[in-house]
Design a binder for this molecule. Structure first.
Ligand code: HEM
Length: 470
């Protein structure tokens, strides 16, 4: 899919999930459609999925990268899989098997079960309101440093490579929150390695052959990259253990966390996997979100002006504090709408442990269920004119009109994003600070940004914008 203009879902028929006879068979793509799909997925994954949902409805059986899956695209079905019957759905599927090659048994890719629950119980308190509030100064300090750099380095006519800058920023934010101050140079190599991992993993998901355990130049490269990511984490942990900073960072909280139910904490290996998972889950998604938010502000000047008015009115030029954020409600609506259209964690999968029935359709045990937030957030029954950017969809009145779980940027149920409040605080503070200081525009003649659907949803070729001091 090359540009936004090509994502045309506006004329899809409005439909309820088709009624099925008791435990009916899930509709299937034909052999011809599946074969065409393998090629189409490699060329234009999002376009193929959008067309297939339009033609087949809210639940259908397809071969994804050649492997059998059932795709569900209705809020009732997502509610069923992720929340109401979550005990029957784990992450033992090919998307997460591939992800586990990199993230091992950290929370994100963990199959699920008692050990996942123990880790989640241990880690959850470190991501609650009070902890997130205590990390918000890291976010505003680092954003301030980035904007100072922009103001001195870039004149009004320079086109800024926003994606690279926001990747640096988001990585520094998660590293500083975890470990206190970490030199920016140390993070850069990690970021470069991870971009390559993401691209190899994205290719694998579109066409999962040969298996990751085989030996081939690409698979060997992946192994080398994973060793390099591991070495980076091991160095950070060692350096942090050898320096008594006296600060309460996330690392200290996790190192000292104790599970009351079992009386156990995390071993050093478990801590290393969790830290790698958090850095990867936390920086890539946030960095893409920030780049897309800046892009939307530049593309919608009226929205940008309204954000600037709100920010000026509430803060009168001072740096935002955590407590200011609830007052910056329109800015938050802009963030919510951007996460609807460009949801970075755009796909996930579950594996049915036992036979089940979803919406009247029989799901045999062992079925892999595919959930795609890109198509889901464009469901025409719940999102009229889904390709139109419109923050007004997120006024409290509009939100109250929609069914629950129709909006899923952070997932839902017990495996919803651990870093949701952290991420929303980060996006909010960064957007506010940008709007306070700079005005963004798109360079004349720039074509609309396209999508690169890797493991996370990237802007294809990055986001490039001009900024002017306000
Ligand atoms: C805009 C930014 C972010 C988005 C859109 C996002 C999205 C998501 C989604 C959709 C899931 C659930 C996946 C599934 O159900 O299969 C998830 C899980 C997770 N996220 Fe995030 N995330 C973001 C930022 C963060 C940050 C900042 C952190 C931590 C610092 C984080 C840590 C995690 C972890 C640990 C999990 C796994 C939770 C579990 O399975 O128990 N995320 N994220």
């Amino acid at each position: 899919m090359d540009n936004l203009a090509q994502v045309t879902t506006e004329h899809l028929p409005s439909h309820r999930p088709a009624a099925a006879p008791a435990a009916g068979r899930v509709p299937r793509l034909s052999l011809r459609e599946n074969l065409a799909g393998v090629a189409a997925m490699r060329r234009d994954q999002l376009g193929f999925l959008i067309r297939t949902v339009r033609d087949k409805g809210d639940i259908f059986h397809m071969r994804l990268g050649g492997l059998p899956t059932v795709m569900v695209n209705h809020p009732d079905y997502l509610q069923h899989v992720l929340v109401d019957h979550h005990q029957n759905y784990n992450k033992d599927n090919f998307l997460y098997r591939a992800t586990r090659t990199v993230l091992r048994e950290g929370l994100v890719a963990n199959k699920g079960g008692a050990e996942w629950r123990r880790h989640r119980r241990l880690m959850q308190p470190s991501f609650q309101h009070a902890s997130v509030a205590s990390f918000s100064a890291n976010i505003s300090d680092l954003t301030g440093e980035m904007l100072n750099r922009w103001e001195t380095r870039f004149g009004d006519d320079t086109v800024v490579d926003v994606s690279t800058e926001t990747a640096d920023l988001a990585l520094q934010i998660v590293l500083r929150s975890l470990f206190g101050i970490v030199s920016p140079d140390r993070g850069r190599r990690f970021a470069e390695d991870f971009v390559e991992v993401n691209s190899i993993a994205g290719d694998f998901f579109r066409f999962p052959f040969p298996p990751l355990s085989w030996y081939s130049p690409k698979r060997n490269r992946l192994r080398a990259l994973i060793r390099s990511l591991d070495a980076f984490i091991a160095d950070l942990i060692e350096a942090r253990l050898n320096s008594e900073t006296g600060q309460t960072d996330l690392f200290t909280l996790l190192l000292n966390a104790m599970d009351e139910e079992t009386g156990t904490g995390l071993t050093h290996d478990q801590l290393a996997s969790e830290i790698l998972s958090m850095i990867i889950a936390g920086y890539e998604t946030s960095s893409n979100s920030i780049a897309w938010i800046f892009y939307q502000l530049a593309a919608h000047q009226d929205v940008q002006r309204r954000v600037q008015e709100e920010v000026d009115g509430v803060l009168a030029g001072r740096v935002p504090a955590f407590e200011d954020l609830p007052k910056l409600a329109y800015t938050r609506m802009v963030i919510d709408e951007t996460l609807r259209m460009f949801t970075p964690a755009w796909q996930t999968m579950r594996h049915a442990i036992d036979d089940d029935v979803i919406g009247g359709y029989h799901i045999p045990r062992g079925t892999d269920i595919y959930l795609n937030m890109f198509t889901f957030h464009r469901h025409p029954e719940f999102w009229p004119e889904p390709d139109r950017f419109d923050p007004e969809r997120f006024t409290p009145e509009e939100v109250a009109k929609r069914p629950r779980n129709v909006y899923q940027p952070f997932g839902s149920g017990p495996r919803h994003c651990l870093g949701k409040h952290f991420a929303l605080t980060e996006l909010h503070i960064i957007t506010v600070m940008l709007a306070q200081r700079l005005h963004a525009t798109r360079p004349a003649g720039q074509p609309p940004a396209g999508f690169a659907p890797l493991i996370t949803l990237h802007p294809k070729g990055g986001i490039h914008l001009r900024f002017k001091r306000r």
